[in-house]
Design a protein around this ligand. Structure first.
Ligand SMILES: NC(=O)C1=CN([C@@H]2O[C@H](COP(=O)(O)OP(=O)(O)OC[C@H]3O[C@@H](n4cnc5c(N)ncnc54)[C@H](OP(=O)(O)O)[C@@H]3O)[C@@H](O)[C@H]2O)C=CC1
Ligand SMILES: O=C(O)C1=N[C@H](C(=O)O)C[C@H](O)C1
Length: 247
């Protein structure tokens, strides 16, 4: 499978390493502003420079690159794995629109563990809420991360919103001079050191607290999920696929 990798930052370099190790993948180029002369593949600053046709693009970069990617995949009927976080609502709508003609995987977290956490939340969040428990999300990441809250925190919020319906996200309480409302789900971000990614959902009730927590112990859990997604897309003609497709 011919792969173009979009982004050569912390994640891009890990993905490139795995792609080079595996025979089933042929990394034909890397798109990044940063020119790495040691990289064995062709380096491009954007996809308009790429003449070859890739079977799939794996994107771990920045939301600013979305239009470049969509133009290439529509022209070449190339499948795409979007693992980048921080897309706006309009950008997510563009991705959904493009999926009418292209096979697209999009997830703010590609780990198996987070998919399991979403399954647990679908089962328990509404029952906790209906029984008076307050729900809060806490995420922690390394000090190089540019977006907050994390894409995963947003994903976890959306899963619970989908079940409970009447929730409101609250990102900052500093300007609020009132008690917490029942329907609020607070989402807090901590940044420091080299934390790969922690997500904790707290259900706080009368005299008891239940916490569901996922801790990534390396970036490999995300890399494996992204490669699995690239493989899973190969027999798809078009459509928007998520972690549910994989696990
Ligand atoms: N879905 C998942 O499971 C996971 C998703 N992620 C997400 O993947 C993305 C990349 O993460 P990570 O590798 O750690 O981040 P890095 O900051 O290390 O790398 C970001 C990459 O995006 C490019 N980039 C940065 N800013 C811009 C910009 N303004 N316009 C265009 N391109 C830009 C950089 O290009 P250059 O090098 O040329 O500067 C670099 O290649 C993030 O959105 C992160 O949240 C991360 C881990 C797991
Ligand atoms: O930037 C990261 O590192 C991560 N980003 C994703 C997010 O924003 O949720 C996934 C993971 O937690 C690591």
């Amino acid at each position: 499978m011919k792969v173009l990798l979009y982004g050569y930052g912390l994640m891009g370099k890990k993905v490139a390493h795995q792609l080079r190790e595996k025979d089933e993948f042929d990394l034909i180029g890397v798109v990044s502003y940063e020119f790495d002369e040691k990289a064995p593949e062709a380096m491009y600053s954007n996809l308009t420079e790429v003449q070859d046709r890739a079977d799939v693009i794996i994107d771990f970069s920045h939301p600013n690159n979305l239009d470049d990617i969509l133009a290439y995949v529509k022209k070449n009927k190339t499948k795409v794995v979007f693992a980048t976080t921080g897309f706006s609502k309009e950008q997510l709508d563009k991705i959904e629109e493009a999926s009418k003609e292209i096979a697209i995987f999009q997830s703010y977290n590609t780990s198996f563990g987070i998919q399991m956490v979403t399954k647990i939340l679908r089962q328990v969040a509404k029952e906790f809420y209906d029984n008076g428990y307050d729900i809060e999300i806490l995420e922690k990441h390394h000090n190089q991360k540019i977006d907050a809250p994390s894409g995963t925190a947003k994903l976890l919020y959306e899963v619970m919103e989908d079940e409970i319906k009447e929730t409101t996200p609250v990102y900052d309480r500093s300007a609020l001079h009132e008690k917490r409302k029942k329907q609020e789900i607070g989402i807090q971000a901590l940044r420091g050191g080299t934390i790969f990614g922690e997500h904790e959902i707290m259900f706080a009730g009368l005299d008891e607290i239940i916490e569901i927590k996922h801790t990534a112990l390396s970036k490999d859990v995300f890399v494996q999920g992204a490669l699995a997604a690239a493989k899973a897309l190969q027999d798809k003609d078009h459509g928007l696929f998520t972690l549910k497709t994989l696990y």
